[in-house]
Write a protein that binds this ligand. Structure first.
Ligand SMILES: *Cc1c(COP(=O)(O)O)cnc(C)c1O
Length: 419
């Protein structure tokens, strides 16, 4: 016999002690009734009570996992007021860009720098401020989609600039740029976009930043990943081998780029942000453009980047979670796998992720569990945060490179819990 649903009010009354805020409770009751699932309301409410956003253990081996917020970085906000635009020495209103901008200019070796919400907004701001109504010369090999509808030709259109296509998909030479620029009086800048998430192989030729640095119009390089210096002077061990060939901020500027743009939460290892660094006059034009306000960061991000910059400047790489996990030795990971004492210790390969360094793998170590238990691990328990694992060929793998050692005990207890 079909049962009829009780009224929303009755159900809301009987679950009023559930701890779920009333508006969310009523919404869920209506949904459950609509779906003929009111008998499972108890379970549905329990599920809702776990906040959708929470701390998770990234055991995927993907260092910069976009679904997990890319680079892990502490939220160190005090929750109190921050002097975002107040100069404490003069008591006058200052620029929110000045202090953090100077830190990043120092780190990149540039005249100036500024911070926006992410690298996509950095690119949009630069194009809008320097080339609106004008042409932008870009190689046909760099007309790319960076991800999630962020396509270079579309962003260009949004900025009011127009595309001046240069060269071919697989080969672009300096004289291709020269011809495009001389044939078109209105070309205001050249842009190079790093092939972050793909590779063109075979019969290819491209023009590097150094070759294009003397063409008489600004050269902007979107390097994307935010590696500050290819020599990684902040690391005692020097640059890891897998970083080889990734364009770095300092060297790209030294080669003659007038401006560079990059993300805060990729190889830089910080919060979501975008950094623009380079010539002071060009940064000044970006700061004055109306979009600058639309994409400006808040105090939380600025103070967080200040802290990150200080750690780079003091070479305190162990305090930058991304670099700590990136350079941990396989030996150390193997010892941790053995110490956890459940599952089978196995060598694994981590990847940088976050749309950076396609094809790169970083030797790692972790644990193999029989069968696919990823769902159980992902649910977490009251004592243990959700664990995000990798499943291959029907078995579950936990890569310890991306797991903070602080979580090893919880990992161990979660694994005992499901075995
Ligand atoms: C990742 C990336 C972007 C987009 O950066 P977000 O910070 O995600 O907006 C832009 N350009 C390049 C070359 C990138 O690698």
């Amino acid at each position: 016999m079909a049962s009829f649903p009780p009224s929303v009010n009755e159900l809301a009354e009987s679950f009023s002690g559930s701890g779920l805020p009333h508006p969310l409770l009523v919404q869920e009751i209506r949904k459950a009734i609509d779906q003929g699932d009111w008998e499972n309301l108890e379970t549905r409410i329990q599920r809702l009570k776990a906040l959708p956003l929470q701390t998770v253990i990234n055991a995927t081996g993907v260092l910069l996992h976009t679904n997990l917020g890319r680079a892990p970085w502490p939220n160190s906000s005090t929750g109190h007021a921050i002097n975002v635009e107040l100069d404490l020495t003069t008591g006058l209103r200052g620029s929110r860009q000045e202090h953090v901008g100077n830190l990043f200019a120092t780190l990149c070796g540039s005249e100036a720098a500024m911070v926006v919400n992410n690298c996509s907004s950095a690119v949009l701001l630069v194009l809008s401020a320097l080339a609106s109504g004008k042409g932008v010369a870009i190689s046909r090999s760099e007309m790319v989609e960076i991800g999630g509808n962020f396509r270079v030709p579309d962003v260009l259109e949004l900025s009011g600039a127009y595309l001046v296509e240069v060269g071919t998909t697989n080969r672009t030479r300096k004289d291709d740029y020269e011809r495009a620029i001389s044939a078109n009086k209105d070309v205001a800048m050249m842009m190079k976009i790093h092939q972050s998430n793909y590779k063109i192989v075979g019969f290819t030729e491209s023009t590097d930043v150094a070759e294009l640095s003397d063409m008489g119009i600004p050269l902007v390089a979107d390097i994307g990943s935010g590696l500050l210096d290819e020599n990684c002077p902040w690391l005692d061990s020097g640059p890891p081998a897998w970083i080889n060939g990734e364009p770095a901020a300092k060297q790209t500027l030294e080669q003659g780029a007038d401006l560079i743009t990059f993300s805060g939460d990729k190889l830089l290892g910080g919060p979501q942000a975008g950094i623009i660094a380079g010539r002071a006059d060009l940064i000044g034009r970006c700061m004055k453009h109306p979009f600058a306000r639309a994409v400006r960061p808040g105090g939380l991000i600025l103070s967080s980047l200040q802290e990150l910059a200080m750690r780079y400047l003091t070479r305190d790489w162990e305090a930058i979670p991304f670099w700590k996990m990136a350079v941990t030795t396989v030996n150390e990971l193997e010892q941790r796998a053995n110490r956890i004492g459940i599952g089978t210790p196995v060598p694994l390969n981590s990847i940088p992720g976050g749309g950076t360094l396609p094809e790169v793998v970083i030797p790692s170590f972790g644990l193999q569990l029989n069968g696919d238990v990823s769902h159980k691990l992902r649910l977490g328990t009251d004592e243990n945060p959700p664990i995000i694992a990798r499943v291959e060929d029907g078995n579950t793998f936990l890569d310890l490179r991306t797991v903070d050692p602080l979580f090893d005990d919880q990992l161990s207890s979660a694994l005992h819990g499901i075995s």
